[in-house]
Design a binder for this molecule. Structure first.
Ligand SMILES: O=C(O)CCC(=O)C(=O)O
Length: 236
């Protein structure tokens, strides 16, 4: 990675709360991952008659193409740059995969939110997971694109600079922080921010600050969109 690219990543990450890494993993690897994911969906990639729901979420996959996609030299360099040298835990999978389909039915998971990073009293209750002002546990939110994602293809929406507002919101809540739901309910009180879309070709990864406010949206294109949105966990 060139010095100029490193400077751009750092600037975008700090100022906007996200930095786009193109060619983060090879397109051929994205294709291999898609083939494995399609098998799990029970739908056919080229037969719209089999696309019934606006979103299907596929659980964690640990096959070799996913591990390779998460551990390219370019990505590992970017992790060192944004999380601090060695201050992150290598990923052996990519979390769950929301697969979004262009159907005339709205998805029910398109609200603005910030991903939580550590469990509350009940680790099985994701809405009770928590997030605090020092981002305990989590270094990054990462948006991995496995399919070409243009403006109509349900790119994730992000509020530029919102990581700074969320940091202020979390400060008074100390080490315990807020739960996913408590924080989501306060997002309406934050200042307006420009909204950007995480577009890009397959193999692009959008590296986001863990406090970045984001949301999914409905698909208005023609080809289903496949992505992953795993955390990068902190080593400290
Ligand atoms: O599907 C997307 O675009 C993003 C999904 C998301 O933000 C989430 O599941 O937390």
């Amino acid at each position: 990675m060139t010095i100029t690219e490193q400077q751009r990543l750092l600037r975008d990450y700090h100022e906007k709360g996200f930095a786009v890494l193109e060619d983060a993993f090879p397109r051929a690897l994205a294709q291999a991952c898609c083939e494995l994911i399609w098998k799990e969906t029970g739908c056919e990639p080229d037969d719209p008659a089999t696309w019934k729901e606006p979103v299907i979420r596929i659980a964690e996959m640990t096959q070799e193409p996913f591990v390779r996609a998460a551990n390219t030299t370019r990505l590992l360099q970017a992790f060192d740059l944004l999380a601090g040298p060695g201050n992150w835990i290598p990923r052996q999978s990519l979390g769950s995969f929301p697969v979004r389909f262009p159907v005339n039915k709205p998805a029910s998971d398109t609200g603005w939110h910030v991903d939580a990073s550590f469990p509350g009293n009940d680790p099985t209750d994701y809405f009770g997971w928590r997030i605090n002002h020092r981002s305990k546990g989590r270094a990054l939110l990462m948006l991995f694109l496995f399919t070409d994602t243009g403006m109509n293809d349900a790119p994730t929406l992000v509020r530029e600079g919102s990581h700074k507002d969320v940091a202020e919101l979390l400060k008074p809540h100390g080490e315990a922080g807020l739960s996913f739901m408590e924080l989501a309910q306060l997002l309406g009180t934050l200042p307006e921010r420009p909204v950007s879309a995480a577009t890009g070709v397959a193999g692009t990864v959008c590296l986001c600050h863990p406090f970045l406010v984001h949301r999914a949206q409905d698909h208005r294109g023609t080809r289903p969109k496949i992505m992953a949105q795993p955390p990068l966990m902190r080593a400290d």
